[in-house]
Design a protein around this ligand. Sequence first.
Ligand code: C5P
Length: 401
Amino acid sequence: MLDGRNIILGISGGIAAYKAAGWIRDLKREGAEVTVIMTRSATEFIAPLTCSALSGNRVHRDMFAREAAHEIPHINLAANADLIIIAPATANTIARLAHGMADDLLCAVVLAARCPVIVCPAMNDKMYRHPATRDNLATIGSRGTIVVDPGEGSLACRGNGPGRLPEFVEVREFVLAALSNQDLAGVKIMVTAGPTVEPLDQVRFLGNRATGRMGYAIAATARRRGADVTLISGPTSLAPPTGVNIVNVSTALEMRHAVMAGINEAEVVVKAAAVSDFRPAVSVDGKIKKAASGLDLQLTANPDILMELGRIKGKAEKPLLIGFAAEAGEKLGEGQRKLKEKNCDMMVVNNISDPDAGFAGESNRVVILYRNGGEERLPLLKKDEVADRIWDRIVRLRRRE
Ligand code: C5P
């Protein structure tokens, strides 16, 4: 997700500096070009050699180091950066940032840069809670610096409380958001995801193989692009995306209720959930007994939520309605029929018989169908990338391009 992005990792001198070595690897694994700047005290905690070996680049420490006589390191570094992350950020470095000081290379680069800056405070809990640190964090936050709250727990200084440097995975969404175009800033979006499960009794249910991955990717990428996202999710094993309002539901009727409760506010609705078309006519209290004669199941049709939304929308422009159609085989005609029948603006069709485009995988291959009969075939992509392409198209629909 970070292919070709130039990221400066600023390491200041706290015990958590050793964790920054792992962050360098994580950033590189995502495709970023990483340049490390260390404060003098950071070098007491972790060797510059470790950081240069892991990043594959020279580590910068000295304001006055010159490779060529005309080179001004802090200006060059600042000009080339897409993002600066300071992890760990000590109370001292945060104070110097808050006061606009430029007496070491890291603070000078931050002053000279115009790219986003993410600061990850990590320190003793009392230092973190001190009013001076609180004020300094509020000051840099008010100027647009993204401050990631530290984790809570036992600290290396034997304290207990807030002050731990999070793992990179916990900060990843902030990084992706900082590098994303904010073309959905403030847009209210509803996404449904996952399967619905329909109880037969207290033990058994009818379900389907949807994992929720595609819908969660749709929600996470919209959030990164600045949207205000509500994710209505059937049961999945996925962690809710950072910054998304999650509403957990189980059955199609519960999903319908949650959708209808939020529909007046939504500007865009993406229905990626695999809603059960049927539910058992009766759900038995307790457990249905085993019987040698077998069991006849009576099923009742569930409401088609998207169809209802299409009816409510009628000829109005809002909300934009985007449906998903999972078909066995490439049935674009079927997708077009559903698009019309459910009054959608876009229908995303995937062929579940295609081994690359099934429910559980990390990737998907989809065809996007439009109201005007147009169709657009996307290549095989990671689900996050499919989601981003779908948002690119939705942004264009919103601008009526
Ligand atoms: O007709 P089909 O179920 O294939 O259509 C799929 C689309 O309709 C998906 O966007 C799905 O979320 C939505 N749907 C729904 N309510 C149902 C069945 C499907 O909203 N009961």
